[in-house]
Design a binder for this molecule. Structure first.
Ligand code: 1GP
Length: 250
């Protein structure tokens, strides 16, 4: 089954989906495989592989292969540049950072990577990537003109532009390890205007934070840091997955 269809089925069944982000630079491929296996056991619906720095080449390939070997979850690439493409993945967030100041992150990297995506027959999921304060490494590396936390209408305007550009997904990103996730009001404002798949990530560490954003309209919650740092990652992910499902009464 195509990843897009797989995700939309989970969203209609459970109210929202959870994806686990693995940055290849942060652990060995072997440990990445263990994280993927734990994430699957905890009820996560897919693995995103990518990172803002050093997330390409052989390390990326070996990480994706290890993840695929240790779980049946689909692997979606989450690239920071054309270097973040691996033929071993199932799909790729073909993303444009709409609020970057640098055209490279809006359409340059996409032009450089497009033929490779075609050659590898990766399922391309067209996504607007919108980086919100504090933005973290993603914001710095991507030279984002960060959306201020109190400017929900600006995020909504970008999301509306994404819709008219034909993008099927919008990702509201506060940055990995952010002290505060994307504000609930901003998720609500974007939901009002964007009827595609709404992904929210960055700084979500608790079931409560995940649930609030699903209630505000998020279709997908992404967590990364909790699996990197937690000794008991199965319980941490499971808590978030259960909270998300409870939102739909599933
Ligand atoms: C980063 O949104 C993701 O791109 C995940 O963020 O590491 O804070 O969970 P965290």
């Amino acid at each position: 089954m195509k990843v897009e269809k797989y995700l939309s089925r989970i969203i209609s069944r459970d109210g929202a989906a959870h994806l686990t982000l693995i940055d290849p630079a942060k652990q060995s491929p072997k440990v990445a495989g263990e994280i993927a296996s734990d994430a699957e056991r905890a009820g996560s619906s897919g693995i995103m592989v990518g990172g803002s720095t050093r997330a390409g080449g052989e390390l990326l390939d070996r990480t994706v292969v290890a993840v695929k070997g240790c779980s049946d979850l689909p692997v979606i690439l989450f690239p920071a540049s054309e270097a973040g493409i691996s033929k071993h993945a199932d799909a790729i967030f073909f993303m444009s950072m709409l609020n970057s100041r640098d055209p490279y992150f809006i359409s340059g990297a996409q032009m450089l990577g497009a033929h490779l995506v075609r050659k590898y027959k990766l399922e391309a999921l067209p996504m607007a990537y919108i980086v919100v304060e504090p933005g973290g490494e993603a914001g710095r590396v991507g030279k984002a003109e960060l959306i201020p936390r109190d400017k929900s209408e600006l995020a909504a305007a970008y999301a509306l532009a994404a819709k008219y550009l034909g993008m099927k997904l919008v990702y509201l990103e506060a940055g990995s390890g952010a002290g505060m996730p994307v504000p609930v009001e901003m998720v609500k404002a974007v939901r009002k205007i964007f009827d595609g798949t709404l992904i929210v990530g960055g700084g979500i560490r608790t079931p409560k934070a995940a649930l609030e954003r699903v209630r505000a309209g998020a279709d997908v919650i992404v967590t990364g840091t909790i699996v990197e740092k937690s000794a008991d990652r199965v319980a941490r992910i499971r808590g978030i997955v259960r909270a998300i499902r409870a939102s739909a009464g599933a």
